[in-house]
Ligand binder design. Structure first.
Ligand code: MN3
Length: 325
């Protein structure tokens, strides 16, 4: 089973200018072969299929626990894509040509026509993520070696997306995921080492660029995220620490297991996009219904969720001034 926490794994900047072409590139980190859906589903299936758990507990705990963190990573990629698809100045133009600007070779029509300016389980070419990307052989050494390779490919793709897309949400996303993917890379390398005696620490960093060279990784390195494995369970997966230990191969700092998920951040409350009817052509009508239901249920007048609000009207006005007429 899995518990859910309504927070993002890290802070992302509020939406600025939309960048649907960049969002299309970032889709690779969601539904590409080396994307977060792949890491999530590889570790999830390997943990489901794990035999002789009590006999191999530290390795089972490692895979099952990292799977849980990956859920937060697909959520964060989606958040970045949604943010990049958000136009803070829209609202008045539907149903007339409000979406016409999003036609062209570099856009994915699914982001607008079927996705309502939302992230999709697809790669950067619009191909759907597939279960063929899941490798769960039952052989522990084979699976762990594969996972090291998967994290290496994931890190490689993140670096290239970093280079291709300079939108602030994409940069914050890749900075965080590079740091965390680096930790998972070390975790699987350590696991292979402990089982076989092979010295995989000599492979770091791979690709051959240190995490510390990426400016957006710096805040995460400063708070120690690059050496920590978060234990994503109130009481389970305690045996992680038997595998995830020793010096970090790039910095020499001690690897540690931290109880509980990262502190993360409340999600940014991305504003309605009436041109795609998200969540409705007239979002204020849904808000009115929600308010009535809240009252009937005896809930407080103010919504209970914690979000970072985005003042849409203000942003819209600023943009209107910049583009008169
Ligand atoms: Mn990940």
């Amino acid at each position: 089973m899995i518990l859910r926490i309504d927070r993002w794994a890290t802070e992302l900047p509020p939406p600025t200018e939309p960048d649907p072409e960049g969002a299309n590139v970032v889709q690779e980190l969601m539904g590409g072969r080396f994307g977060e859906m792949s890491t999530l589903m590889n570790y999830t299936f390997q943990s489901f299929n794990f035999r002789h758990r009590q006999g191999a507990r530290p390795f089972y705990d490692l895979i099952a626990n990292i799977a849980a963190e990956e859920y937060g990573h697909i959520e964060l990629v989606a958040a970045a894509i949604n943010s990049m698809l958000t136009d803070t100045a829209t609202g008045e133009k539907a149903p007339e040509a409000a979406l016409k600007q999003y036609r062209g070779d570099n856009f994915n029509p699914h982001h607008f026509v079927s996705g309502g300016k939302g992230a999709l389980p697809q790669d950067s070419r619009g191909n759907p993520w597939t279960g063929d990307y899941v490798f769960s052989s039952g052989d522990l050494i084979e699976d762990l070696t594969h996972n090291f390779f998967l994290e290496t490919g994931a890190r490689n793709n993140k670096l290239r997306v970093y280079e291709m897309v300079d939108h602030p949400a994409a940069r914050a996303l890749t900075g965080y995921l590079l740091t965390r993917g680096g930790v998972h890379q070390v975790a699987y390398a350590r696991a292979v080492e402990k089982l076989t005696g092979a010295d995989l620490m000599k492979l770091f960093p791979t690709p051959r660029i240190e995490t510390a060279k990426i400016p957006e990784c710096q805040p995460h390195i400063k708070n120690g995220s690059h050496t920590k494995l978060y234990r994503f369970s109130p009481s389970d997966y305690q045996e992680l620490a038997a595998v995830f230990n020793g010096p970090h191969p790039e910095t020499g700092e001690e690897l540690t297991v931290e109880q509980g998920p990262p502190e993360g951040s409340p999600p940014v409350d991305l504003p309605p996009q009436p041109d795609v009817f998200a969540p409705d052509y007239a979002p204020e009508e849904i808000a009115e219904i929600a308010q009535k239901l809240r009252k009937q249920a005896g809930l407080p007048d103010e919504p209970l969720g914690e979000v970072i609000p985005v003042p849409t009207s203000t942003l819209g006005k600023v943009k209107d001034k910049l583009t008169p007429g």
